[in-house]
Design a protein around this ligand. Structure first.
Ligand code: SAM
Length: 253
């Protein structure tokens, strides 16, 4: 099973995504309304699943990355509500769990890690197998506008910086190339350690993600037995507007 995150990236993931909080209350609201256990696919280090279990929601958390799962297990180890989470390393396109869920979520563009249409279809049919008849699937992807696509390859851009053990860590990314026929973008994720005026690369990892257009996803969902209850542009339930995030809230047909 592929592990797209190396050890350093997994350890630094929480610090580098500490400003990404806008979706947590949104998923919590749906989780509480679902009245049962939630399945999170591509849970990473538990950015969303931990706040859910802290509020008493049961979660089955799946991720293919050994390194991300290791960080998640470590974080959960001393939590009072650790009994509410079941953590499994697995591929979301293939994993078989002997139960169904009222809510399945894939927060923070996990769907874009599926790098071709086959994988996307396998994922959707596997999700359908694990969803109760009235259950909901919720996931988000970015809106691939022409401004973004025409600017690839791009210049290196700094995403964030933070302090770890007295050293300044800088995270940046550079979009190296676009494969238009397969709708994929290869991005280098780079971490630097800065100390006493010197800058050293501590991790550089190339990640391939797939961008999808609005109606492509709508057709894909229909083809695989889902209907779209709502298409939102953010986690405050703003209706879809061109250019923003696309958050799909889907039911089973
Ligand atoms: C951008 S991170 C999002 C993590 C988390 N959902 C969050 O909101 O912080 C994408 C995650 O999806 C996982 N992932 C990618 N492809 C996967 C697959 N086929 N099966 C399971 N997990 C996968 C990666 O390992 C990574 O942890």
């Amino acid at each position: 099973m592929k592990d797209e995150y190396n050890k350093i990236e997994a350890i630094l993931y929480d610090l580098s995504s500490k400003n990404k909080k806008d979706d947590i209350l949104f998923y919590l609201k749906y989780a509480k309304a679902s009245g049962g256990e939630v399945l999170e696919l591509g849970c990473g280090t538990g950015r969303v699943s931990i706040p859910l279990i802290e509020q008493g929601v049961k979660v089955t958390a799946i991720d293919s990355s050994q390194n991300m799962i290791r960080v998640l297990r470590e974080k959960v180890r001393n939590l009072e509500n650790r009994k509410y989470i079941k953590i499994i390393r697995g591929d979301l396109t293939k994993i078989k769990l002997n139960k169904k869920f009222n809510l399945i979520i894939m927060p923070f563009r996990v769907f874009q890690c599926l790098s071709n249409v086959n994988e996307q279809q396998e994922a959707l049919s596997n999700i359908k197998r694990h969803l109760t008849p009235n259950g909901l699937l919720i996931f988000d992807i970015y809106y691939p506008n022409l401004k973004i696509l025409s600017n690839i390859p791009s210049q290196e851009e700094i995403d964030c910086e933070f302090i770890l053990r007295n050293k300044r860590i800088v995270k940046s990314h550079v979009n190296r190339g676009i494969d238009i026929s397969n709708q994929t973008v290869t991005t280098d994720i780079i971490y630097y350690e800065c100390f006493r005026g010197k800058k050293k690369i501590i991790s550089r990892n190339a990640v391939k993600t797939r961008y999808s257009f609005r109606f492509e996803v709508e057709h894909l969902l229909k083809l695989n037995g889902f209907f779209i209850k709502q298409l939102l542009s953010d986690y405050k339930s703003q209706k879809f507007v061109v250019g923003k995030e696309m958050v799909f809230v889907c039911g089973r047909r």
